[in-house]
Ligand binder design. Sequence first.
Ligand SMILES: Cc1cc2nc3c(=O)[nH]c(=O)nc-3n(C[C@H](O)[C@H](O)[C@H](O)COP(=O)(O)OP(=O)(O)OC[C@H]3O[C@@H](n4cnc5c(N)ncnc54)[C@H](O)[C@@H]3O)c2cc1C
Length: 469
Amino acid sequence: MKHAYNKVGDSHRAALIAICGADNVLAGSNVPEHYSHDYTEDLRFPPEVLVKPGTTSEVAAIMKLCNDSRIPVTPRGAGTGLSGGALPVYGGVLLSTERLNKIINIDVRNLQATVEPGVINQVFKDAVSEKGLFYPPDPASRGSCFLGGNLAECAGGPKAVKYGVTRDYVLNLEVVLPSGDVIMTGANVLKNSTGYNLTQLMIGSEGTLGIITKIVFRLLPMPTHDLLLLVPFPSAEQACEAVSAVFRAGITPSAMEFMERDALDYAMQYAETSIQVDPSVKAHLIIEVDGNDPETLFRDCEKITEVVNGFGCMEVLFAESAQQKAELWKLRRAVGEAVKAHSIYKEEDTVVPRAALPELLRGVKETGRKYGFRSVCYGHAGDGNLHVNILRDEISEDDWNNRIPEGIREIFSLCVSLGGTLSGEHGIGYVQKRYMDIPFNTAALDLQKGIKSTFDPNHILNPGKMFPE
Ligand SMILES: Cc1cc2nc3c(=O)[nH]c(=O)nc-3n(C[C@H](O)[C@H](O)[C@H](O)COP(=O)(O)OP(=O)(O)OC[C@H]3O[C@@H](n4cnc5c(N)ncnc54)[C@H](O)[C@@H]3O)c2cc1C
């Protein structure tokens, strides 16, 4: 259903300035260009007004004003999203959380921390690690993405395979509802059987239900050791076959990443690394194990080597120094931006049960041949989470907008038929909403839309996202 919205008028702008101060309200051509896009394809949607509140009560006042005036509000973190969640597709107010950037408290005794949503993931990881604590979620964008954006998308990253995703570390939230009311969703406890789980409902809700203004995380003690293996394969499918076998052998790596040859080539060019890859290598697995006992980790690596050898891998390489480990991770983290530097792409965040990875990879390549596109595949293989970057190359505007999505629909249908779904960690946002009928029937979709309407009866919060209109 389409909803009618109002434009931001002079009186609204004056009210926003009264709430946040003139320095924190920018309109029209004064809004810096980067706020009109995130990292999704080449999409551009400028907001009418950008506001940067500095407190929860300012967020609440903005929401009340916009709800009363039927003005759309789009929450924004760092704008690194890959599904268009932070794009103000109906104009209106773009609410940036960049000034809500305090680490309020690190409670070492309880292994907990309370933060505002505009804290950068890596800044938080560093702050807790100084106290011997560990916050595992580590999206490749961790140097810039915000924790609020991580919650809204339920971000993952390489460590998810052993440690779980963002939602596994959140105990409690402060949320501003579209009405302007402020709620706490839970309690700062490890067990909680009290009412519906609003904390988990907020995580992955992509800024459509409320604005997260405080987060209480649980933390872990920092593991003391890790080992990193680089495993080259003469075929990408063999690399994918090896993935589930490692887990069946009783090892749970702390990271298990896959890069097919094109991903390696783009990343090597982009990251200017000294790493050399023989032309016969068609894919790499990067496998990390971590823990507190080096002997156990060496034994795990021996076992992993035994398993991958059974899948025809080439010589397994150990990263011997912290510098080599850092370089390998730099290469892996560079893939997305490296591909983007080469061509605009549509990013599909496919996810299947991990043993189905080889079938998914085969299906993606077959679909590419059928619809005439090239894809670069890489990602969190241990989670069955394959990022499929579909390159724009020389594809015409018409095919890019109409024919390629038919191919994407086939890929997602394959995922669902294999027991998987549309997105493992990037969310649905603006670009994947047209495929939501594949994993969900009408009853399931209506239930989700009903939840949205209960939180946001006027549909002012992040409209145009998640559900086909
Ligand atoms: C190079 C690169 C690598 C990446 N690697 C990974 C990866 O390994 N794993 C992974 O999971 N993702 C990855 N991403 C995707 C992206 O970084 C994540 O989705 C991240 O969580 C987005 O955070 P952000 O602060 O940039 O959010 P934004 O893009 O600004 O917003 C994302 C969504 O969150 C909503 N939102 C933001 N803040 C709030 C809030 N306080 N309350 C409510 N809603 C809010 C927005 O409305 C939007 O819907 C990568 C992106 C890039 C560009």
